[in-house]
Ligand binder design. Structure first.
Ligand code: AMP
Ligand code: MG
Length: 319
């Protein structure tokens, strides 16, 4: 059965086999709403909003889920030397993606807000399970990682209900569970960044994996003919521009792939490739604005190019 919902600021799609499907999907939606209530910056009494309101003040006690997500977010901030930075919120809100503002903010304001962006100002206390931001007006944004956490939780629910196979799709944040029609692997299409939704450049064949893409086509506006998208380079305060327009990461847990797709997007091709090659059981696909596709060594055998307007560059970068 196939069901669609709107939550987490995007369209969620569950394709589920098995007799418990209905019950499993209902519980999955409860789980997702619960995560949204805790972590959304658009909900005033969410835990993340409470941490943000108390920036520069007292540490805030949070749930185990929110603590885990922020701890992971911080790990990826260090791993990417700040390409991923959950304190990017003051800059993201200035750009106002999704608010319909569609205006490029004045550079002086961007620079002012950038002074507040620094993942090293996130203070976690594991024993007390508290989070605190060092400076007033600093703010957290879980938007680059929370959907990944949610996908992993949905997978757990489906496993509890012994769902034999399913596709969990949280706005392009995909988890394939079990096997497709008894075949050994699922085919998952990789979005063409220049195409319509569900127009693919190629596909990978995987099982029981999370596949997450960060792309410049997901949330953006055009101003004076130029595209401004929602993945911000914390070094500049502007949408990340390094030639990469889409990164897809593939791994066992979606919290990792979600964070890593955002990380590698900002890091760019050479640095991003290098990072992924150092991680076990993680792979990536990079698409550049020159319509070139690069994949890491672990999935060379599994990637098939289907769109001949793109070039599959079969050499390893940064090795
Ligand atoms: P994603 O679509 O997973 O790549 O995440 C993009 C979302 O994460 C944006 O909508 C922002 O809420 C947030 N974000 C933007 N830039 C960054 C960044 N450099 N590090 C962490 N989160 C970011
Ligand atoms: Mg992400």
């Amino acid at each position: 059965m196939l069901k669609q919902f709107y939550a987490l600021g995007t369209i969620l799609q569950f394709q589920v086999d098995g007799e418990n499907g209905e019950k499993a999907i209902a519980e999955a939606m409860d789980t997702i709403r619960n995560i949204e209530e805790k972590m959304s910056v658009f909900i005033n009494d969410s835990e993340i909003s409470r941490v943000n309101r108390n920036a520069g003040g007292l540490p805030q006690k949070v749930s185990a889920s929110t603590y885990f997500v922020m701890k992971k977010a911080l790990e990826y901030s260090y791993l990417s030397h700040g390409a991923f930075d959950p304190t990017i919120r003051p800059v993201v809100s200035l750009w106002g993606f999704g608010s319909g503002k569609n205006l490029v903010p004045p550079n002086t304001e961007i620079q002012e807000r950038l002074l507040l962006v620094n993942y090293k100002d996130i203070i976690l206390d594991e024993k007390k399970r508290t989070i605190k931001l060092r400076l007033k007006n600093q703010a957290l944004d879980a938007g680059g990682i929370a959907k990944g956490f949610a996908a992993d939780q949905v997978k757990k629910v489906f496993q509890k209900y012994q769902i034999p196979s399913a596709i969990i799709n949280l706005g392009g944040n995909i988890f394939v569970l079990g096997k497709e029609n008894g075949e050994s692997l699922w085919g998952v299409g990789i979005q063409n960044p220049y195409g319509q939704r569900d127009e693919f450049v190629g596909a990978i064949r995987v099982a029981n994996k999370s596949i997450v893409t960060s792309g410049n086509y997901e949330r953006y506006f055009i101003s004076n003919g130029k595209r401004f998208h929602h993945i911000i380079d914390p070094r500049t305060g502007y949408p990340s521009e390094n030639g990469v327009i889409s990164t897809t990461t593939i791994a066992d847990y979606s919290i990792d792939t979600d964070a890593l797709s955002t990380c590698t997007y900002v890091m760019g091709l050479a640095e991003g490739m290098k990072l992924i090659e150092t991680l076990d059981n993680v792979d990536a696909i990079f698409i550049t604005n020159r319509k070139e596709i690069y994949v890491t060594s672990g999935i060379k055998e599994n990637f098939v190019l289907t769109n001949k307007k793109f070039t599959y560059v079969n050499t390893r970068i940064g090795a």
